[in-house]
Design a protein around this ligand. Structure first.
Ligand SMILES: [Cu+2]
Length: 703
């Protein structure tokens, strides 16, 4: 039950998996085959609307996406989001190059090249990573197959598709040549689309995208040894992020990772992983909007990240189960250089063609060192237990900030830089994560799971080191600017999870209930510091990152029923409520909580054909964060509920060839995603609208 969601879904499905699993590693099933979109809660990554792997999360119980742009999907799980969620890509804990999360980790691999997405439901095992306070997710790219026989075999996948709503198209090709011990593979992909249309052919500006990606790697296996080395490169070109103040000019760079595992016959296992990452990024408000005009100054931000990490774990039989002991560590260095050219006299900038340079993040470093132990095993005939503990040491520091105007000291922000540079900016955090999960098989039809967890997160570098007003806040996209507090404490969550999984041959119902109390939850607040700055700078909308007390609770549920050999019905429901405890004002809501939502799908399947009708509903969200002063124009906007109707079909004319097609938002209605942001980062513009009717077609071939 608290297994990988992929397995949970696989077992929950009546659809014969083998048919699709041929030539695809098994758990890949939820996200891999283009075919799997219809008829299951798994999806086809290569149809429209699924440009990054994050899109798949909309189908995972409890999960959702904070979408700030077509390639900017931030993972959200049970009300927590961004770097509260541990996301690994091919085993690497990738770091974002954009301080505003324009390139969240799940966007690194294009969806058609994603082989597998694993989400840990409920309380994440401590072995699943460092800082799993909001959950833990792992994406793996496609890497081809080892040969099954003695000779040399080739395998691969080719896919292409078109979607009408943004005139978008993609193509991917992955080829592997292998014998049973060695494997070499290469893949490439290209995706491109224009601004998508909303109802009545209006366009949602700043939503076009353009990306190329490739991977290359080598794998080796023999007698329990497995070794792999992989490089994945991402070259994102001009791509909009309408919910942020700027758009992507480029995100370039790559991830090198290598892993080795040794499976000894006596139950001992060794697993290691190492990665190195280097990315560069340029964003600008002059690419797709009017930055550089007489209305608005031109602003660009040039950033880079360099990061690396290592994981090592040994498992061995111990008592009636397995004991794992491991270490993990990673380091990252970030830089950001902002240039503002005063082309406008009306937007509060320097004006007169003046050039302001700000070295905002100067060699900003965040390093984590960690060790853990975990035991899983049976403690009685029908009861299993997982116990884990992890210690994490986080060290953070940043170099001196600097700011100039036309090469001279910039008086507008220099006082902030001077104060910041004079402060002790180095910080240490020591955290202990704990997890205990009990699973009880009550009968062949019912499993019950109870979990307790204590999980931590140290502040992000943005939360700690925003030394002057900035909107570079890890993709919060709330239209506000923030300052940080060098005295921030780390977050500690106390988590409780209760899950039931009832199933028989024809049906299943699996509700999971959760309650989290979070001590020192970090959120923007209208503190006296923030309000004082508001007055001083003549700007409004300034919040300060602050520690508050919070609680999050809710339920996520999956259910399904096989009507007969051809028909089946599936449904899912998600509810989360996030509240501030002891709020000093009447407002006790947390920011960016998904409204009550659900989906149902009726599927018909027969000999190579599949068709599905999907209904998606989202309720109103009126539980929005307020900061105690409605006149300050900082509060989160409410959203209206909506329903969407989607039709999907697929056909497999020959083995391995799959044609997929469908219509999304059949009724061409106009809706707003509560987890999206505001158009051009401006609350007065209202939220970014969701795409209108979309007709898509995909073709894929696996061999
Ligand atoms: Cu950016």
């Amino acid at each position: 039950m608290k297994t990988k969601i992929s397995l949970a879904i696989a077992t929950a499905l009546a659809i014969p998996l083998q048919a699709v699993a041929d030539h695809e590693q098994l758990p890949t099933i939820i996200v891999e085959g283009s075919a799997m979109r219809a008829g299951t809660f798994g999806t086809a990554p290569d149809s429209s609307g699924l440009k990054d792997t994050a899109s798949l999360l909309k189908r995972v119980p409890g999960a959702n996406v904070n979408r700030n742009g077509p390639l900017t999907g931030i993972a959200s799980y049970r009300g927590m989001y961004g770097n509260r969620i541990n996301v690994s890509i091919d085993g690497a804990n990738m770091k974002e190059v954009g301080p505003n999360s324009m390139d969240p980790p799940l966007s690194h691999i294009p969806a058609p090249l994603t082989g597998e997405l694993t989400v840990h439901r409920g309380i994440s095992p401590v072995s699943s990573g460092i800082e799993t306070i909001g959950g833990s997710m792992h994406a793996k790219s496609k890497k081809g197959q080892f040969a099954e026989g003695d000779g040399i075999e080739t395998s691969g996948t080719a896919s292409m598709g078109y979607s009408s709503v943004e005139d978008g198209h993609f193509g991917t090709l992955l080829g592997a040549v292998a014998n049973k011990n060695n494997k070499l593979y290469l893949s490439g992909s290209k995706e491109q689309g224009r601004d998508y249309k909303i109802r009545n052919n209006q366009q949602q500006e700043n939503t076009r995208y353009d990306r190329e990606a490739f991977t290359a790697g080598y794998g080796y296996q023999r007698d329990g040894h497995e070794f792999g080395i992989n490089y994945s490169n991402n070259n994102t070109g001009h791509t909009g992020t309408p919910a942020l103040p700027m758009d992507i000019v480029y995100v370039r760079g790559g991830l090198y990772d290598a892993n080795y595992s040794w499976d000894l016959d006596n139950g001992y296992k060794l697993k290691t992983n190492i990665f190195y990452e280097k990315m560069r990024h340029l964003m600008s408000n002059g690419l797709m909007r009017n930055g550089g005009s007489t209305d608005r100054d031109l602003i660009t931000n040039r950033t880079r990240v360099e990061a690396g990490g290592i994981d090592l774990a040994i498992s061995m039989p111990f008592l009636s189960g397995d004991l794992t002991v491991g270490i993990n560590g990673d380091q990252s260095n970030h830089d950001a250089n902002i240039t503002r050219t005063g082309t406008s006299l009306t937007d509060g900038g320097p004006g007169g063609g003046a050039v302001v340079n700000i070295n905002f993040f100067n060699d900003t470093e965040r390093d984590r060192y960690s060790l853990f132990t975990e035991w899983t095993g049976d403690i009685a005939e029908d009861i299993s237990l997982e116990l884990g503990a992890r210690y994490v040491h986080t060290w953070m520091n940043t170099g001196e900030a600097s700011t100039q105007m036309n090469g001279m000291t910039n008086t507008a922000t220099n006082a902030d830089a001077v104060a910041f540079n004079a402060a002790d900016r180095s910080r240490n955090f020591n955290d202990v994560d704990l997890a205990a999960v009990l699973r009880y098989t009550v009968s062949s039809e019912l499993d019950v799971e109870v979990g307790f967890g204590r999980k931590n997160r140290a502040p992000s570098y943005q939360e700690l080191y925003l030394w002057t007003n900035s909107s570079a806040v890890g993709g919060l996209a709330d239209g506000n600017v923030y300052v940080s507090d060098l005295g921030l404490e780390h977050e500690t969550a106390y988590q409780f999870d209760l899950a039931f999984d009832w199933h028989n041959e024809d049906a299943y119902v699996a509700p999971h209930f959760f309650y989290h109390y979070v001590d020192n939850y970090i959120q923007g607040d209208r503190t006296t510091t923030a309000i004082a700055r508001t007055v001083a700078s003549g700007q409004k909308n300034i919040l300060e990152f602050s520690n508050i007390q919070a609680q999050l609770f809710g339920v996520d549920l999956e259910a399904g029923y096989t009507i007969n050999d051809n028909w089946r019905l599936d449904a899912g429901l998600n509810y989360v409520r996030g509240m501030r405890v002891n709020s000093p004002t009447g407002d006790d809501d947390l920011y960016r909580m998904a409204p009550l939502n659900g989906r149902t799908q009726l599927t018909y399947e027969q000999s190579g054909w599949m068709g599905a009708i999907e209904g998606v509903f989202y309720a109103d969200q009126g539980d929005v964060i307020g900061y105690g002063d409605p006149t300050a124009n900082v509060d989160e906007l409410k959203t209206k509920g909506y329903m969407l109707l989607n039709l999907r079909g697929k056909y497999e004319p020959y083995h391995g060839v799959v044609i997929g097609t469908g219509i999304e938002n059949v009724l061409d209605s106009k809706h707003f995603d509560h987890l999206g942001g505001y158009t051009n980062f401006n609350r007065d513009n209202g939220r970014v609208a969701m795409p209108g009717r979309n007709i898509y077609a995909t073709l894929s071939y696996n061999w």
